[in-house]
Structure formats: structure tokens, C-alpha cells
Design a protein around this ligand. Sequence first.
Ligand code: GDP
Ligand code: MG
Length: 163
Amino acid sequence: QKPVVAVVGRPNVGKSTLFNKIAGSRISIVEDTPGVTRDRIFADCEWLGHKFSLIDTGGIEPFSKDIILSQMRRQAQLAIDTADVILLLVDGRVGMTPADLEVSNMIRKTKTPVLLVVNKIETKSLEKDIFEFYNLGLGDPIAISAEQALGLGDLLDEVIKSF
Ligand code: GDP
Ligand code: MG
């Protein structure tokens, strides 16, 4: 059985974009339009000879804050129950949000390794924006740009180290 890597995070942080970049083919649907991304999409992936299953946990894009929170709790619980490594993806442009903190509080208590990944860091000048995420208590934030495929090799190195 291959290790399972689950990507969790708020709507619009770039989960599906990251998933598609790592999966190498556009398996899950990336849309700006709410309501398009489906639940729990799997891809078989490999990095440096290590095979793993990647899950995009993005569900129906919710419209209200309450629904966002309840869906994120559900996604986080799913990841806790099924994943060998959890990637918590946050948006470096938006900064830390209460929902990020809420999910961090859930996954910090588990034995499952968690990597904190700050997306949308395209330029050197944006790199300082990762530091506030130390407040989530999940260790060193890893800066990436899923869209520009920056930092993905370093991220995948950390993923396979966590197996
Ligand atoms: P999800 O809801 O978490 O699955 O997020 P998506 O992957 O659907 O992306 C949400 C929006 O963020 C889309 O408009 C993407 O083009 C954009 N996005 C994703 N990754 C990046 C990135 O690395 N940099 C920037 N600037 N935008 C990104
Ligand atoms: Mg999505």
C-alpha cells in the first residue's frame, strides 16, 4: 500500500493547482467558479523513486464562512484518518486566517506528519510573507508557487522524508 499524501486548506489557496502540478496531468478540475472542484480526487505520483497517492480534498466550494469552516473540519478529519502525510496549504498573499488556525489546531495534535506549505510566493519580495505562518505552530513554512512550479522539488523532498 502506497503512502497517502492529502492536501488540505481553505478554498482558493491553490490546492487543485498544486495537485495538478504534482500529478503531472490535469486530473482534478481547477476553476475560479465556485462549486466546480469535486471531493477527494486521487492521483498516483512518484518522486525520486518513491511512489505515493496524492489526494486533493477540495470539496464543493462553499459560500458562507460557516460552511467553509465545517467543510475544512471535515477535510482535516478525513486527512487525519486516511493520510500518511498532510500538506496544509495556505495563501501567502492573503496571510494567516482564523480558518487556517482552526485546521492547524486539529492537525497539530495528530501523529500524522504535517507540512505547512505557503503558496503564491512567486517573488523574493513575497518571501517575508511566510513568517507569520510560524504562528500556526506547525513548524517551518515551506514557500512555493504552485502556479509557477516554484519550490515543488524541495516540498516533495520533505514529503518523501516524512514517509
Ligand atoms: P483550491 O480552491 O484550493 O483548489 O484553489 P485552486 O487551485 O482552484 O486555485 C485558486 C486560485 O488561485 C486560482 O485562480 C489559481 O489560478 C490561483 N493560484 C493557484 N496557485 C497559485 C500560485 O502559486 N500563485 C498565484 N498567484 N495564484 C495561484
Ligand atoms: Mg480545488
